[in-house]
Each structure stands twice: as structure tokens, then as C-alpha cells.
Design a protein around this ligand. Structure first.
Ligand code: GRF
Length: 215
């Protein structure tokens, strides 16, 4: 049985999607948050999952926070650490410690729009496709090897919230899929950073698009 620790900062809907997926061969050992008021902790506790809080406000220096978080995670000796709406940038030492076993979900089609406010920036840029990516975490912010992506259309009457909701539906589909592939040992990261999934049931992309009216 492989052990997973999930980190959240807020709502925790991606964590919930991973938990609800009941991935064979995996056990969610703990859900850890940097915020005591993260709603996701309530869901996790109700599921009987251990929860813990490592408050970033208790650690003025980032290195100390990273070290405390790492200690809290390593109690569970996880095979995989899943960042699910975890809103702190983690330092290089932390990221290297979990190299190859630290996944994140980012609400854009990377490498477009790394960082914050992705939906707002996608609307402002006028892109017609937007989406979400699950990737391995490396020291480069939102720059690690991409495992799976989902694309959605950007519609003319979208605002940030409508677009975010459309993307979120896809996040909840691709994150459990990526975690399942990891647990099944199907994911290989090539030297050049590209991810290959061995004998996958389904492709590493998902498109939910209306047909083109090209006559
Ligand atoms: C998601 O859109 C995720 O991609 C981003 O932050 C949001 C977290 O939502 N990193 P939730 O806490 O999983 O509901």
C-alpha cells in the first residue's frame, strides 16, 4: 500500500476529488494545511483522515517553515506528496527532498500563465483555450514536468468565476488520474523532462470543446 500526504490551504476540492477517487493501492495518510481555517481540513477529518496544521505565520523565515512542514509530512513516510491548492511557494531544499514524488495542479495550460490569477490573465490575453495542468514540482515555479492537461474553451461571455468553474471541473478529473498513474508506477520522466505514461487507459490530455462551424 502506498502512502499519500496531501497539502491544502483552503477549500480543498482537489484534495476531495483525490480522496473520493479511492485509488487502489493508495492510502491518504494525512492532509496537512498551512492554515488552521482551511475548509478542506473539515472534509478530511470527517473521512477519518489524519490532519495537521503547520502555520506559516509561526515561522517568519521561509526555511524554518519548510523544515517544519517537511518534518510534519515525513512522519507519514509518503510515497507521494500532493499539492492541492497549497498557496505557499516552497523552497529549493524542500522541493529537492521530494524530487519525483511531489505533484501540483495549476489552473492553466502550462507553460502559459505560471503564477497567480491565471483565469484573469487568460481572459485579458484573449486566449480561446484555457485549462489546467498536473505537473511535478521543481524549483522553477510551475515549471516542472507536465503529466496531464485538460483544455476548456474560453467563451465570449466568460468572467473570471465562470471560467474558473469550468476549469475546476476538469481539475477534478485530471488530478485523480495523475495520482492513479503515479501509484500504478506508470509515470516515467525522461532526461529532457517530458513525462511518458506507460500502458495508460486514457490519454494525458482532455478536451471539452464544441465542434468548429467551418461550413
Ligand atoms: C485550484 O484551482 C488549483 O488549481 C489552484 O488553487 C485552486 C485550489 O482549489 N492551485 P481547491 O482548494 O482544490 O478547491
Amino acid at each position: 500500500m502506498k502512502s499519500i500526504v496531501i497539502l491544502v490551504s483552503g477549500r480543498g476540492s482537489n484534495m476531495e476529488a483525490v480522496v473520493r477517487a479511492n485509488i487502489p493501492g493508495a492510502r491518504i495518510a494525512a492532509v496537512i494545511s498551512n492554515r488552521a481555517d482551511a475548509a478542506g481540513l473539515i472534509f478530511a477529518a470527517r473521512q477519518g483522515i489524519e490532519t495537521a496544521v503547520v502555520a506559516h505565520t509561526d515561522y517568519p523565515e521561509r526555511d524554518r517553515f519548510d523544515a517544519a512542514l517537511r518534518d510534519a509530512i515525513d512522519v507519514y513516510a509518503p510515497d507521494l506528496v500532493v499539492l492541492a491548492g497549497f498557496m505557499r511557494v516552497l523552497g529549493e531544499g524542500f522541493v529537492r527532498h521530494y524530487a519525483g514524488r511531489l505533484l501540483n495542479i495549476h489552473p492553466s495550460l502550462l507553460p502559459a500563465f505560471p503564477g497567480l490569477h491565471t483565469h484573469r490573465r487568460a481572459l485579458a490575453a484573449g486566449v480561446k483555450l484555457h485549462g489546467a495542468s498536473v505537473h511535478f514540482v521543481t524549483p522553477e515555479l510551475d515549471g516542472g514536468p507536465i503529466v496531464i492537461q485538460a483544455a476548456v474553451p474560453v467563451l465570449p461571455d466568460d468572467d473570471e468565476e465562470r471560467l474558473a468553474n469550468r476549469v475546476l471541473v476538469e481539475e477534478h478529473r485530471i488530478y485523480p488520474q495523475a495520482v492513479r498513474w503515479f501509484i500504478e508506477g506508470r509515470i516515467n520522466i525522461a532526461e529532457d523532462g517530458r513525462v511518458f505514461v506507460a500502458d495508460a487507459c486514457c490519454p494525458a490530455f482532455s478536451l471539452h470543446l464544441p465542434p468548429l462551424d467551418i461550413g
